[in-house]
Design a protein around this ligand. Structure first.
Ligand SMILES: *Cc1c(COP(=O)(O)O)cnc(C)c1O
Length: 438
């Protein structure tokens, strides 16, 4: 049976049959999925009705949009369901504790889409459900990825559900134990490579090609299709009323690529009549995309990456070219923030009762910086993608609140109090806090 989509090389335009296992075009270029149906393959009304259904593929915030994502025969779809993440109104005018976040950012209309609320705690589940379903369609029995953490946690979980063997390649050191723990717990064979992420990434691609294991890194174009739904679901949640900005962190840039592809398709198919501007925020120590943006995208130089935000500690992003299209097409921009700015912003998001992992907080730090510079206006409607769950990196939280991270704001610290097991000792602490006016 023919599938209603093909794979196309992003440079050459050469087309490939999606039933053939391949991750890149003949000359190594990235591939993208091109759908054969144009126009609106599903109405907004049907999409809304699916929100009332109890069928897992309607409940899923990925497969609800299946005609726009990956129209596969239903028996191949591996669904948890995923998505349906909360969109928190957190602007400065908000009448709740969330308004602290909007005040910090300096914007009146701010929405936080919390992708950490996905089944394995990060947005990676959206791409993975699509990727693993395609693997199932292709008859794969083993899958692999290289990951700084969240991709492996997600893949391990979906592989377990699909009954496939799973191999994850992780860089030596500097990965969050919470994420590694998930991959191990979900039964993935975890291989630690004595090298950085970019080395692990290159190796896994070679391994998959020579050992007939299906590769589910973000080079895999089917993952991008699932990941597109962050933007689609976000705009659906806003009743198709497009925000002025969508702000997200950038590491390997699969997410930036996917967001842009989804927005462009929504626009071309007539679901939306204007585009938001996309702002990708990188950590200062892992900012090859930002540097390239500053050169008007005339140059691109990979770098040795270093940042506390392990999910974006990537110096040679795979999806660079696709992400560049997103920024150009949406009249977007790329910004950087320091580790101290990331951790301060994270403390603000955490303190409001929402919480996220360090990489996610680049968004708030970036919005604040762009608002201060006058690029984002106070009255703009801004949506930020919180990519991962607060429990993904407890070590970073402890270090922040113990004051171990240089340059961070001491006012945001919440240190553990120590008391004797007596009422007097505890009373002293509690009265001090109750009399505190902040
Ligand atoms: C993967 C990941 C990112 C980076 O996304 P890219 O697609 O690699 O740019 C950011 N935050 C979290 C929590 C992630 O897991």
């Amino acid at each position: 049976m023919n599938l209603p989509f093909v794979l196309r090389g992003i440079d050459s335009g050469r087309e490939y049959d999606p039933r053939e296992i391949r991750y890149r075009g003949e000359d190594g270029e990235l591939l993208e999925v091109v759908h054969s149906k144009t126009g609106r393959p599903v109405s907004r009304k049907t999409l809304q009705e699916r929100r009332m259904s109890h069928d897992p593929i309607d409940v899923s915030g990925v497969w609800r949009y299946r005609e726009l994502v990956l129209p596969l025969p239903y028996r191949h779809i591996i669904v948890k369901p995923e998505g349906n993440t909360n969109l928190y109104p957190a602007g400065s005018l908000e009448n709740s504790g969330y308004n602290r976040i909007g005040r910090y950012a300096g914007v009146e209309n701010l929405y936080l889409k919390h992708e950490g609320e996905n089944p394995t705690g990060s947005f990676k589940d959206r791409g993975m459900t699509a990727g693993i379903s395609m693997a199932h369609y292709l008859g794969a029995t083993a899958v692999a990825c290289a990951s700084t953490g969240n991709t492996s946690a997600s893949l391990a979980s979906y592989a377990a559900q699909a009954g496939m063997k799973c191999f994850v390649f992780i860089p030596a050191g500097k990965i969050s134990y919470s994420k590694l723990a998930q991959a191990i717990a979900y039964g993935a064979v975890t291989i630690q490579i004595d090298g950085d992420f970019d080395a692990a990434m290159q190796l896994v691609e070679e391994v998959c090609i020579s050992l007939k294991v299906y590769l589910l890194n973000s080079v895999n174009p089917f993952r991008i299709e699932g990941q597109k739904t962050i933007g689609i679901e976000l705009i659906h949640q806003l009743n198709w009323d497009v925000p002025d900005w969508i702000v997200l962190p950038g590491g390997n840039l699969g997410n930036t690529a996917a967001l842009g592809k989804g927005l462009s398709e929504l626009f071309q198919r007539g679901y939306i009549s204007r585009l938001p501007r996309v702002a990708t925020i990188q950590a200062h120590g892992a900012s090859p995309f930002y540097r390239s943006f500053k050169s008007g995208f005339s140059e691109f130089t990979p770098m040795q990456a270093n940042t506390i935000a392990s999910a974006i500690r990537i110096g040679n992003p795979v999806s660079y070219k696709k992400a560049k299209q997103t920024i150009e097409f949406t009249n977007g921009l790329v910004e950087t923030v320091t580790d101290a700015e990331i951790m301060d912003a994270k403390a603000v998001i955490d303190r409001a009762g929402i919480g996220c992992e360090p990489a996610s907080a680049t968004t708030l730090a970036g919005i604040r910086k762009l608002q201060n510079a006058g690029t984002i206006r106070k009255s703009d409607r801004v949506a930020a993608i919180l990519t991962g769950h607060v429990l993904k990196d407890p070590a970073a939280i402890a270090d922040f609140h113990e004051g171990k991270l240089p340059g961070t704001d001491p006012v945001l610290r919440n240190t553990v109090q120590h008391a004797q097991p007596t009422l007097a000792s505890v009373r002293e602490i509690i009265t001090r806090v109750l009399n505190d006016t902040v």
